[in-house]
Write a protein that binds this ligand. Structure first.
Ligand SMILES: Cc1cc2nc3c(=O)[nH]c(=O)nc-3n(C[C@H](O)[C@H](O)[C@H](O)COP(=O)(O)OP(=O)(O)OC[C@H]3O[C@@H](n4cnc5c(N)ncnc54)[C@H](O)[C@@H]3O)c2cc1C
Length: 468
């Protein structure tokens, strides 16, 4: 509680995880303060505290729906600002296991926003709430607690401009959204709590990204052309139209097989992916900057839900809890769903019980995509981990789904509804779907036509392509 008797939530980190958390806290607390070491307000460019802003950021349909529920109308605002749209199964051209999947609109809206564009709009709407204040250019130094250390009462911050002064911002609730480098595990240990268990998986992922002004149109009505890494070729690519009439290309390799950043080497890496329309488009395009690299050695999950004791007045969200393999594009969606989980706990009337929140978050938000993406990663022989018989069965079935999707667009639609986190992975095991997969994989069904059709034909081919 502040000196004036008002209630206050302080959110540590003003990236997407922090903005979503601030959004739900603003409904309940008189004041919400977002602390970040970067300048945030009005920023439309990639920023230092969010290096992933230079790379492609796919927003899964479940995440888009969660964001829309927190900020009604934001999706249309993005489209009005020049963001192209599509359908994950209908106007995204997927190459999986070396084969092109059949396309079919499946009511799986894709928002082709660059990361800075999405963050700008979410920040603008958060700012407009009226009771949210930004403490920009402030470094977060540590937590303040009651003498018995059972409750967090505020946060110590240092102003990076002016006099470098240190101050304490008192809080009824602190939400840590400082991302993968979160220091909550250390702060808790310093306060006498056990060290949170961490799961890490080495994936040795390397990203390289470049933006282009295109001189030909490889999309022909599609939003994006994506090649997925698989054991025979552990390299992939995402090549999408994005805001500013640009094409955004991120290519990647796992287990150390990283794309180079020199232009000729990068084009050669792209050629090796065997998707000629991408190679031709980028080699004929005007590059808008030098290629940019990002290394991502391990995934990371902090198991707060397994702790016996946790102080009141503190929650953790987003990448500070789990950083997923970014290739599966789940981080922003999980950050949005973390905020919705906080909202449920805030609306119970009392202050949220941290361990109840963490257990709900783990069970309902993190476990399904964590398990699914972990299993896909284990399909690469070089990724360490246990491979029980059940996993081998699941991987063999997924290979059948992917083979079938290259023939039957309804299989693509079902597969993408799971990949987009709109449906639970178990829906792929429904008998009717399994039968469809088996028949299509065995070549016993008529191949679907090449052009997309389906439930939301409205989204097909609507995004503009700019060819100079
Ligand atoms: C290369 C890459 C590609 C990705 N691609 C995708 C994708 O395609 N789709 C997707 O959904 N997700 C993707 N993600 C994940 C996604 O970016 C995150 O899940 C999302 O940004 C939510 O993270 P966050 O807000 O919890 O943390 P972050 O985005 O890491 O933000 C942390 C914030 O805390 C601030 N901060 C940290 N420490 C301090 C401190 N001590 N003092 C002050 N401020 C501090 C930082 O400045 C920053 O603003 C990708 C991630 C990476 C790394």
């Amino acid at each position: 509680m502040g000196n004036d008797g008002n209630t206050r939530a302080v959110v540590l980190g003003g990236s997407l995880g922090g903005l979503f958390a601030a959004r739900v806290c603003a409904d309940v607390y008189d004041e919400v303060v977002i602390v970040d070491r970067d300048l945030l307000v009005g920023v439309r460019e990639p920023r230092r505290g969010c290096p992933q802003g230079r790379h492609i950021s796919g927003l899964l349909t479940r995440g888009q729906r969660a964001i829309e529920s927190m900020y009604p109308g934001i999706t249309e605002e993005l489209f009005a600002d020049g963001v192209p749209k599509g359908d994950l199964a209908g106007t995204v051209r997927w190459y999986v296991r070396g084969k092109r999947l059949k396309q079919r609109n499946a009511d799986m809206l894709c928002v082709g926003a660059s990361r800075p564009m999405l963050e700008y709009h979410v920040r603008r709407r958060t700012e407009a709430l009226g009771n949210v204040r930004f403490a920009e250019r402030h470094d977060i130094l540590g937590l303040e607690a009651t003498p018995d250390r059972r409750k967090i009462t505020g946060v110590r911050v240092q102003n990076l401009d002016a006099d470098n002064g240190v101050e304490v911002i008192e809080a009824d609730l602190v939400v840590d959204a400082t991302g993968r480098g979160s220091r909550t595990p250390i702060w808790l240990e310093d306060l006498g709590y056990q060290r949170v268990k961490e799961d890490r998986k080495k994936i040795g992922l390397g990203y390289v990204t470049q933006h282009y002004r295109l001189r030909n149109d490889p999309y022909r009505g599609d939003l994006s052309i994506n090649g997925v890494a698989w054991p025979k070729l552990p390299r992939g690519i995402l090549f999408a139209k994005t805001d500013g009439d640009r094409a955004e290309m991120t290519t990647y390799g796992i287990l150390g097989d990283h794309p180079p950043t020199d232009q000729a080497g990068l084009f050669e890496f792209i050629r090796s992916l065997g998707i000629p329309e991408i190679y031709e488009a980028v080699t004929q395009a005007e590059p808008l900057e030098d290629p940019v690299r990002f290394s991502f050695p391990t995934t990371l999950r902090r198991r707060y839900e397994d702790m016996d004791r946790f102080p009141d007045g503190l929650l953790v969200v987003g990448d500070a809890v789990t950083t997923f393999n970014p290739v599966y594009a789940g981080g922003m969606t999980v950050a949005a769903l973390s905020a919705l989980t906080i909202r449920e706990h805030l609306h119970s009337g009392a202050a949220p019980q941290p361990l109840d929140y963490f257990r709900d978050l783990a069970r309902n938000v993190i476990d399904p995509p964590w398990q699914m993406t972990h299993n896909v990663d284990l399909g690469f022989p070089g990724v360490e981990g246990k491979r029980p018989l059940s996993l081998k069965f699941e991987q063999a079935f997924m290979a059948l789904v992917q083979t079938a999707a290259a023939r039957d667009s309804r299989v693509t639609a079902g597969y993408m509804r799971v990949a987009g986190q709109v449906e639970h992975p178990s829906t792929l095991m429904k008998p009717k779907f399994v039968l469809r997969v088996l028949l299509a994989a065995a070549g016993l069904t008529k191949p679907s036509p090449d052009r997309p059709r389906g439930r939301t034909a409205e989204t097909a081919g609507q995004s503009r392509v700019s060819v100079s």
